[in-house]
Design a protein around this ligand. Structure first.
Ligand SMILES: NC(=O)c1ccc[n+]([C@@H]2O[C@H](COP(=O)([O-])OP(=O)(O)OC[C@H]3O[C@@H](n4cnc5c(N)ncnc54)[C@H](OP(=O)(O)O)[C@@H]3O)[C@@H](O)[C@H]2O)c1
Length: 526
């Protein structure tokens, strides 16, 4: 185990971000869709985690809201079960859980019913008055996206959104993904959101941004001086971003069959990763400085032609195969999936960022379900050395350096470089220097939803997407969707479940003389 105590003793905190230990002002979290999967698997355990860590004020309360007829007691029991089942990596203290559950309430109502929203308002104001605190409220839209528009409208009409009101008491809204299903619907939803809330009240969530390793991309790039001089077209040959899942569509068949991988992963998570790798240094760590730079990257992406074929995006579907020793069925046999579906479970493409820094540097993006392993990794491949010394004729070419940022799992950073093998011959081999979060910090990274909920409670939107950022990402993706619509194929290319994707995606790299790679290859994979 490396001793990093000294190295870590000078750790500094973000000067302009919220202090990680600060407790927000008393507030109520209202979860719309509180009977659902996200609320139980992610939100309630995350809120409990914050509560147990003392990061929520004692007067914090949570109001679950949904149509399912449930009472306070049943909701509390369900929440306690969810916390016990889905809290990973920390011990749940029963007494703390009991105290937490006593702060939970439930209300039954529709998502487009003004009278119900007026009732919520009275309830929140009465509760706040009883407890002598302001009725600060964080609304969380954890419903399917069809309900986002009606809910924000009713929040506005009932006065719950407090649009344009003074800073206190505050009202904010967290909106789940997907934010729109194309450019037009994202614009329409933004219009509805802006009619009810001001931008500083809106928190469009992409939970990837709450991951420590994603935030560390900025630290790696801008808190170190050694990378910046190399981080451009002069030294970087190309960048690869892989977002691979070993799971299939599971219970999300009906949603996924409408969405596909381009909408589900590329438009949001992958665009965010591209932004963080490619953006210029922001003027400060203030939310708008960071988000301004991300928007510039999205606007500099070279438009992709709206065509069906590899000039646009390579798409494929998983066939039956073996994942980690288990036989799994193909996509077309998954529950909720149309037997003649042409929704892609895999997508790959080459994109260029037409600005000075990245001129001519390809960014290769690939994402898929039922791949050989679950792994998200960004690999920055540097240009090869002039092959005059070690790579001279008669010797095999020396592998270029690669810096890999592993987002999940085994979060960390790896640098690959060449070393001389001890002995009389000038034999060279690539070597990896690894930094692993778990080994160095000896504690699990906080759950992304914990960090994001706390930031929203503090009113810090740095790790959330701004309205123009979402639209810039959709503007880039829209021609891909238009191209996909033109595809009259009866069947998409297939790749066996448990593989690294279709041969068409390998060909995309081969024509450029490159190949897909994973620097920290997951164990047990080819
Ligand atoms: N689950 C995840 O891991 C995950 C991950 C990332 C993003 N998200 C996003 O989070 C949101 C909620 O996801 P979820 O998985 O929790 O969904 P879900 O379980 O299907 O829905 C949550 C709740 O929304 C209510 N609802 C409102 N309109 C509905 C409709 N037309 N059809 C079905 N239910 C409706 C239901 O409650 P009542 O019937 O009781 O009102 C349901 O319990 C979605 O926008 C999803 O894209 C989820």
């Amino acid at each position: 185990m490396p001793d990093n105590t000294a190295a870590r003793s000078t750790a500094s905190t973000f000067p302009s971000g919220p202090d990680a230990k600060a407790v927000p002002e008393p507030f109520t979290l209202v979860i719309f869709g509180a009977s659902g999967d996200l609320a139980h698997r992610k939100l309630l355990p995350a809120v409990f985690g914050l509560w147990q860590d003392g990061l929520l004020p004692p007067q914090f309360s949570l109001l679950g809201y949904a149509r399912s007829p449930t009472g306070d007691d049943e909701f509390r029991r369900g929440a306690a079960d969810a916390v016990a089942k889905f809290t990973h990596g920390r011990t749940v203290d029963p007494k703390t859980l009991e105290a937490f559950a006593s702060r939970l309430h439930y209300a039954v109502g529709g998502y487009d019913d003004l009278a119900c929203f007026q009732a919520i308002r009275r309830r929140l104001e009465d509760e706040a008055a009883r407890e002598h605190r302001p009725p600060n409220t964080l609304f969380y839209l954890a419903t399917p996206p069809e309900a986002f528009g009606p809910v924000v409208r009713r929040l506005g009409e009932s006065g719950l959104s407090r649009r344009g009101a003074a800073a206190a008491p505050w009202s904010r809204v967290v909106i789940e993904k997907p934010f729109g299903s194309d450019l037009a619907s994202a614009r329409t939803l933004n219009g509805k959101v802006r009619a009810a809330f001001k931008e500083h009240q809106v928190f469009r969530i992409d939970h990837y941004l709450g991951k420590e390793t994603v935030q560390n991309i900025l630290v790696l790039r801008f808190a170190n001086s050694i990378f910046e001089p190399l981080w451009n077209y002069k030294y970087v040959d190309h960048v690869q971003i892989t977002v691979a899942e070993s799971g299939g569509v599971e219970q999300r068949g009906p949603y996924y069959d409408r969405a596909g991988a381009v909408r589900d992963i590329m438009q949001n998570h992958m665009m965010q990763l591209v932004c963080l790798v490619a953006m210029e240094s922001p003027l400060s760590l203030a939310a708008d400085s960071v988000r301004d730079e991300k928007v510039k990257v999205l606007r500099a992406l070279r438009p992709i032609p709206a065509v069906c074929g590899p000039e646009g995006v390579i798409r494929a579907q998983y066939a039956a195969g073996e994942v980690r020793g288990k036989q799994v069925q193909g996509y077309l046999r998954e529950p909720g999936v149309a037997p003649d579906s042409t929704a892609e479970t895999y997508a790959a493409m080459r994109v260029f960022i037409d600005n000075w820094r990245w001129s001519g540097v390809p960014f290769y993006l690939r994402t898929g379900k039922r791949m050989a392993a679950r792994v998200t990794e960004i690999a920055v491949r540097f240009k090869p050395i002039p092959q005059v010394l070690f790579g001279a004729p008669g010797r095999s070419p020396v592998e270029p350096n690669t810096l890999a940022m592993r987002i999940q799992p085994n979060e960390g950073i790896t640098l690959r470089f060449q070393v001389k093998v001890p002995g009389p011959a000038m034999q060279i081999e690539p070597f990896q220097m690894d930094f692993g979060y778990a080994e160095v910090f000896e504690r699990a990274a906080p759950e992304a939803y914990e960090r994001l909920l706390l930031d929203a409670a503090h009113g810090d939107p740095t790790l959330f997407a701004r309205g123009d950022e979402i639209e810039a990402a959709w503007t880039f993706i829209q021609p891909l969707l238009d191209g996909i619509k033109q595809c009259l194929v009866q069947r998409l290319p297939q790749y066996p479940a448990g593989s690294w994707g279709p041969k068409e995606a390998d060909a995309l790299m081969e024509v450029d003389g490159r190949r897909w790679m994973l620097v920290r290859r997951p164990t047990g994979t080819r």
